[in-house]
Design a protein around this ligand. Structure first.
Ligand code: FAD
Length: 391
């Protein structure tokens, strides 16, 4: 059997699966892996305790693995004062479980993350400017993985997303924009499932974590469209990042740790102007083809509303850690949508792209999540499929 199952061009993209895999393996994933570990990209500001705007909360998941370790108030200054910090020490990696909930130090924004403006995103409901209830989370201490969140609460969210906001299109559907929204959500869903399977609690008594390949196959690999949608979403977000290259190159990645901040800036440049990427896949997604029909503006408003609803649904996720990563990744997708569809620098040169710091952190972390999922599918997908077929 050919180990490579997915061949041909990734949908709406200019390069094929093989090229995406080799670029990801050799360039994108390693760069992103280093980037998300820098102080600028590892702290995400988030409101974790909001009421679900659509139905009465069905209660939070009480399992240990659902909870988020927050950053204590003094973490930022202390962390930034350390001379050089590549990666995290084992002390840092100890979960801060049981500590009192950290209040947000509101001076952090001006002390640490300088130079960023506050601006609205028409695609999401998240409002970074409203500080009440916001907290900072160190993403390196809270990896996206299996939490045990399952059952009716989780199912209700996915059902509401698919049935009310981005239904699976029928084969005759011609509206490209609706297809794009469905594929983005389905691709993100695949990525979440792959991370659950890649870091699964195999034995609770011994706290043994590892890969659950059966789950990866059952939820994603056995459905070729879910895998294709994952690659599509990866290319879509990559296009948004490279389209915003001028903005992202000049942005201020300052956290007070000069060495690490210069590293973040340099890695960002390597990602944005990568010669291998530009040669092999200069246009990962062609956004110019969308919203061209007569009903383009109304359609955009309709799809924007759907996406905002999906963003609001993240407040209904009944597991803190899933809510954290759900909010981050939906904000990342909303940022990609804003870059690709809400800024028209040709026709409106006076309205240049403006991004919030949290949007950039979400965008880059989302791209990293997707790159990792694509890497896992490419590396272990063929052997899992072979094993299943041999049974
Ligand atoms: P689900 O993954 O819940 O899927 C529900 C249905 O959606 C499936 O039956 C299928 O019809 C359809 N579907 C599944 N995948 C796709 C796809 N790729 N494209 C299109 N349709 C699809 N759990 C964790 O352990 N860790 C997490 O970090 C985590 N994060 C979450 C974040 C969010 C926003 C949500 C809503 C849930 C999260 N969960 C997390 C729960 C997890 O996603 C599953 O809901 C749970 O594990 C139960 O899985 P399931 O087998 O019932 O199928």
């Amino acid at each position: 059997m050919d180990a490579r199952k997915y061949t041909g061009i990734v949908e709406d993209c200019c390069c094929d699966y093989e090229t995406v895999d080799s670029l990801n393996e050799g360039v994108l994933h390693p760069l992103l892996q280093d980037l998300v570990r820098t102080p600028f990209f590892r702290y995400f500001k988030v409101k974790l305790w909001c009421d679900c705007p659509f139905w009465l909360d069905d209660g939070m998941c009480k399992l240990r693995d659902c909870s988020v370790c927050e950053c204590p108030e003094n973490e930022f200054p202390e962390l930034f004062k350390r001379p050089i910090q590549y990666g995290l020490s084992s002390d840092d990696l100890k979960c801060q479980e049981g500590k009192p909930q950290a209040a947000v130090d509101r001076t952090l924004d001006s002390k640490a993350f300088r130079g960023w403006i506050e601006v609205d995103n028409p695609w999401t409901l998240d409002d970074e400017t409203d500080n009440s209830g916001m907290t900072y989370v160190n993403l390196q201490l809270n990896p996206e993985r299996y939490t045990g969140y399952t059952g009716p609460s989780a199912r209700r969210i996915w059902d509401a997303i698919y049935s009310e906001n981005c239904p699976k299109y029928q084969s005759g559907e011609i509206c490209q924009e609706k297809k794009v929204l469905y594929k983005l959500i389905s691709g993100l869903h695949s990525s979440i499932s792959i991370h659950i399977a890649a870091e699964y609690l195999l034995d609770e008594a011994r706290n043994l974590w590892g890969r659950n390949l059966e789950l990866m196959y059952d939820r994603v690999l056995r459905y070729p469209d879910r895998v294709r949608n994952l690659y599509f979403t990866f290319m879509f977000v990559l296009r948004a990042v490279t389209k915003a290259a001028n903005y992202l190159e000049q942005a201020e990645y300052s956290t007070g740790n000069l060495e690490e901040d210069l590293k973040a800036q340099s890695l960002m440049r390597q990602l944005l102007y990568n010669p291998k990427l530009q040669a092999a896949c200069p246009l990962p997604f062609d956004e110019a083809k969308l919203w061209q029909g007569q009903s383009g503006p109304e359609l955009k408003l309709e799809i924007q509303k759907n996406f905002r609803n999906i963003s609001g649904l993240m407040d209904c996720v009944g597991c803190e850690k899933c809510r954290l990563w759900g909010k981050l990744q939906i904000l990342g997708l909303g940022t990609a949508l804003k870059i690709l569809f809400s800024v028209d620098s040709k026709n409106h040169p006076n309205k240049p792209l403006q991004l919030q710091r949290n949007e950039v952190i979400a965008l880059v972390n989302l791209l990293h999540r997707l790159a990792e999922s694509v890497k896992l599918v490419n590396e272990i997908g063929p052997s899992v499929e072979k094993t299943v077929e041999e049974f």
